[in-house]
Design a protein around this ligand. Sequence first.
Ligand code: SF4
Ligand code: SF4
Length: 282
Amino acid sequence: MCEFCHKHGEGKKWYLQAQNYSEDLLSDLRRRKFIQDFIRSPDHVAEGMEGLERLARAPSFVRSVITPIAVNRQKKAHYGQVLPIEEVERVFAFVNSVVRLPCICRQAMVGSEQRYCYGVSMVPQKESRLTQILRETDASYLNGPDTGGLEALSKEEALASLRELEKKGLCHTVWTFITPFIGGICNCDRSDCGAMRATITHNFPVMFRAEYVAEVHPELCNGCRQCMRVCQFGAMGYSIAHEKVVIDPRRCYGCGICRSLCTKDAIVLAERSAVPLARGVW
Ligand code: SF4
Ligand code: SF4
């Protein structure tokens, strides 16, 4: 279990805890403003990347002081985790709405609108002071967030589209908007996504690895290497001696994207906690 599971999930997978989605942005003006600013201004992503480039050039003692402070701040505001598709499916099973949005990272990094992000939300699960107030003042809120003007998708449409993106090698990630409120699922790749570049290239983590690790069943693998084309984390190698693919559990992020390219069903995901070399590597 990652740090967020302990802090925000009571020891269970934090992103599967409905309450982490249910305090919708309408319930919190500070969060609402945070999301609006985030979506409207791709400049902050570009500025963040420039900051990371500067940090990478700084002396190592400066990096060792600044990085943990900045990462900690990021964890409180906007932090992610890699999710395999079956976990996205579990998230979609309980949210009320899914809307497709332009990806802010790509807008900043590539300069064009590409709809790779999926906003998710749900109404509060338990009767609370908040729901009482809303019931008295604006009962429409309890029917779910207003998705008018946004590209609303059914959960089936959204899942089908995510599976297509997976075939292209994009990795699913879940994101907080003022932690622990979870506002979206994104589809990341190393070349265009600021979050992945920050985490992998600049060693400035803004997302956890998945709660899983990929494993190859050697008896099923025919050595075609199709899976290797899509691993963005450098976790796969090829054994010439055995003519099979091998996965390094210390580098695997557990995204499961390699699995979707394997026609032999030779790749499975194991719980990270059950793999000694990967346990505790986030
Ligand atoms: S795609 Fe499947 S069969 Fe081909 S190398 Fe990868 S694991 Fe082996
Ligand atoms: S080896 Fe791990 S990190 Fe690489 S694609 Fe497969 S699941 Fe993702």
